[in-house]
Design a protein around this ligand. Sequence first.
Ligand code: PMP
Length: 294
Amino acid sequence: MSSELIIYLDGEFVKKSEAKVSVFDHGLLYGDGVFEGIRAYNGKVFRLKEHIDRIFAAAKSILLDIPMSKEELTEVVLETCRQNKLQDAYIRLVITRGVGDLGLSPKNCLKPTVFCIASTISLYPQELYDKGMPIVTATQRRNKATIVDPQIKSLNYLNNILAKIEAHQAGVSEAIMLNHDGVVAECTGDNIFIVKDGVIYTPPIYVGILDGITRLSVIELAKEAGFEVYEKEFTLFNVYNADECFLTGTAAEVIAVTSVDQRIIGDGKPGPITQQLLELFHEHAQNQGMPIYR
Ligand code: PMP
């Protein structure tokens, strides 16, 4: 039996080595498309409904008609996990404008390309979860919501990629991105939270961020645990002087930040509220979700 990954591509399940898209696909030529990064834990896909709703909302906003229903797309994700016999997975769902010609216009793109990859992941080394991670602020700004709204998880991630390169050049794994006004927005692939005097703050969606699914889970878990949580604008000054700082994302889950631009956050160790939320999130993720195998 081959251990090659099985990929969903336009209605078929094919081997990874056969999963190819055209060089005329506008997803490739222009970054014209949308995607989702999704996790499965313990045989269940975490918050799949929210991911399906988010990709449909993103597609609607760019006038991209997903050629199937939400139920059918949900089944594509579940079946891709089944085909690969996965219990725990990182899933990438991508919908592009489809194959067209060399012009910008999508008028000749007759059918969106849909593919789904279900694989395994380990994003950051365990040490970073135990000790927390240093991050920096990128000079690259998050794109303005009135130009290309960061709520659209589009195939145009160039500004985030450039910020990620800045992080790596500084010898760290993530970078804070400010919005056009210099207010803290989010990181290249994660949302950001700070804790001050026991109260939790995260930037509001309108500053220009992705409406993160882990972000919302953590807000809900924190409120259930009795914390005050505010969606409020803040600056780097507030980050540098926070008691705790942490990031959330499908891939990263919840991870403590222990220094920002060489300013030590709190006592330089993952804070107690961050650790509590990390545990609550792990427990929640293990027990919630849409079953893959019924
Ligand atoms: N911000 C950006 C820019 C992202 O790309 C992501 C997801 N990769 C996040 C935040 C976190 O969102 P989610 O919790 O939905 O994965």
